[in-house]
Design a protein around this ligand. Structure first.
Ligand SMILES: Cc1cc2nc3c(=O)[nH]c(=O)nc-3n(C[C@H](O)[C@H](O)[C@H](O)COP(=O)(O)OP(=O)(O)OC[C@H]3O[C@@H](n4cnc5c(N)ncnc54)[C@H](O)[C@@H]3O)c2cc1C
Length: 437
């Protein structure tokens, strides 16, 4: 039987069977097959989670036949799409309709269901992660029932299923709140640690979206500030995107090809990494451009890596940044990837890493083939000490016993899981670890 592997190569499934359902009825049939066989079933997205959250040894459902927009409501300003739709497909369809999501992460490869299920987020003090933008969904529960959920129908299910790790059901459709398509102006510039971290609160307050990348072994960061443009009479024609050549040189050649070669050189000779980071961070040049939102938010990532990301309360941002920097500086780790620093406003999604508190996100990466354990364990200890919550789709070592106290509504989630999947048709090793049996 063919195996399934995630993007980073950190999780592999050996499913007993695989299928590609194209309707809610086909998903119901898959759940009923699993129940009859006393087995399990899960749908995967595009495998962009680093954890084994998507893995199943039962029936693996592929998302490829659940793609496309099914409803546009311009009065309510909502759009409903099939759950297997890749975010990049939704973005293109929304742009065609003159619409956009409010905010998103930094790639658009994921499926809608996959992205919301692990709490995918972008950055900015005002607009929350993808789960918080969901206003409706349809899912097939572990008893084979198709449940529709919105603010007026099964509102308790909508509340908890917006970030649900695939534990409550197989999503068939997702409805997002949308807004008219808008332009973002991106200003990217290098800064020193003291300048960027010293003015971090102002950076967040004064810009709609802030994304910082610190180059370990140096004092330098790349800062990215994205702000909504008031396009005036010109409308979307006011966009000033990067020229084709500059865009290709920056985003494809430098960010992927040259960075990939530098990472490979660092893998072969880790001792050169600090010097390489100093050269790279010095070579960064400022740039400004504007484009429709999703083209500014997202880019293509070809250099494969492993990642851990934590959310801590914004109120301890300065202490956490200083402590992480101290731990990295004092270590003998050789780190070729920047540490990414983002923020999100408090949201009301019970299993969202930003639930109930304005959050600072810190993300740590190593090249695909490099052992991450010492580095991730070292910084994870700092983040745990500051009440950190791990991204559900990225590597971490937490378990149910120490995750439950981090989420006020953890027990509500477990109770809904008992109701919607009493026989654990959607169980896998990851869910047993983070949610229990
Ligand atoms: C290069 C890269 C960049 C990234 N950037 C960001 C970022 O900017 N911000 C961020 O927060 N995260 C980011 N991530 C993490 C990523 O967004 C999440 O891990 C996301 O879950 C991946 O979506 P996917 O479609 O690949 O789903 P998968 O990883 O395949 O699956 C994720 C979960 O969703 C479940 N699932 C899939 N389909 C369904 C369905 N129909 N019904 C129910 N459950 C389902 C799966 O079973 C699994 O539990 C990034 C990851 C990579 C590799």
């Amino acid at each position: 039987m063919a195996t399934w592997t995630n993007w980073a190569g950190t999780a592999t499934a050996h499913p007993r069977t695989q299928s590609t359902p194209g309707s809610a009825a086909a998903v119901v049939a898959a759940v009923e097959r699993a129940r009859a066989a006393g087995s399990t079933v899960r749908m995967v997205g595009t495998g962009h989670s680093f954890t084994d959250v998507a893995v199943t040894d039962g029936e693996l459902l592929h998302p490829a036949a659940l793609v496309g927009v099914v409803d546009v409501d311009r009065t309510a300003m909502t759009v409903t799409a099939l759950a297997g739709t890749p975010l990049k497909v939704l973005n293109a369809e929304l742009a065609h309709l003159g619409l956009s999501l409010h905010n998103m992460g930094d790639i658009a490869e994921q499926t809608l269901a996959g992205a919301i299920s692990t709490g995918t987020h972008g950055s900015g003090g005002t607009w929350a992660g993808l789960g918080a933008q969901v206003v409706g969904l349809e899912l097939v529960t572990g008893t084979g029932e198709l449940v529709r959920a919105s603010s007026t129908e099964n509102a308790d299910v909508l509340d908890l299923a917006r970030v649900a790790l695939g534990a409550l059901g197989v999503l068939v459709t997702v409805t997002f709140a949308v807004e008219p398509l808008f332009l973002l102006e991106a200003v990217e510039a290098p800064m020193s640690w003291d300048e960027a971290v010293g003015s971090f609160d102002e950076l967040v307050a004064e810009n709609h979206h802030v994304d910082l990348h610190w180059f370990p072994h140096t004092d330098r960061l790349l800062t990215k500030r994205n702000n909504r443009l008031d396009p005036g009479e010109e409308g979307l024609a006011a966009a000033e995107p990067l020229g084709r050549l500059r865009g290709w040189v920056d985003d494809e050649l430098l960010a992927n090809t040259v960075f990939g070669l530098a990472v490979a050189a660092g893998n072969r000779a880790p001792a050169v990494i600090p010097r390489m980071n100093r050269v790279t961070s010095r070579a960064l040049s400022p740039r400004t451009y504007s484009d429709v939102a999703h083209r500014v938010f997202t880019s293509t990532r070809r250099v494969v890596f492993r990642e851990m990301e934590y959310a801590v309360p914004r109120s301890v941002a300065h202490e956490v940044l200083a402590e992480v920097r101290r731990v990295v500086d004092a270590s003998d780790w050789r780190l070729s990837f920047p540490v990414e620093i983002r923020v999100a406003p408090a949201d009301d999604v019970p299993l969202s890493t930003a639930y109930g508190r304005d959050s600072l996100y810190l993300a740590f990466h190593v090249p695909r083939d490099v052992d991450h354990t010492a580095y991730f364990a070292g910084v994870e200890a700092v983040l745990r000490a500051y009440d950190g919550r791990p991204h559900w789709g990225k590597l971490h070592t937490r378990e149910r016993a120490d995750l439950a106290p981090a989420y006020d509504r953890f027990d509500d989630f477990l109770a809904l899981r008992d109701r919607l999947d009493p026989d654990r048709v959607f169980a896998n090793a990851y869910l047993r670890r983070v949610l229990g049996d």
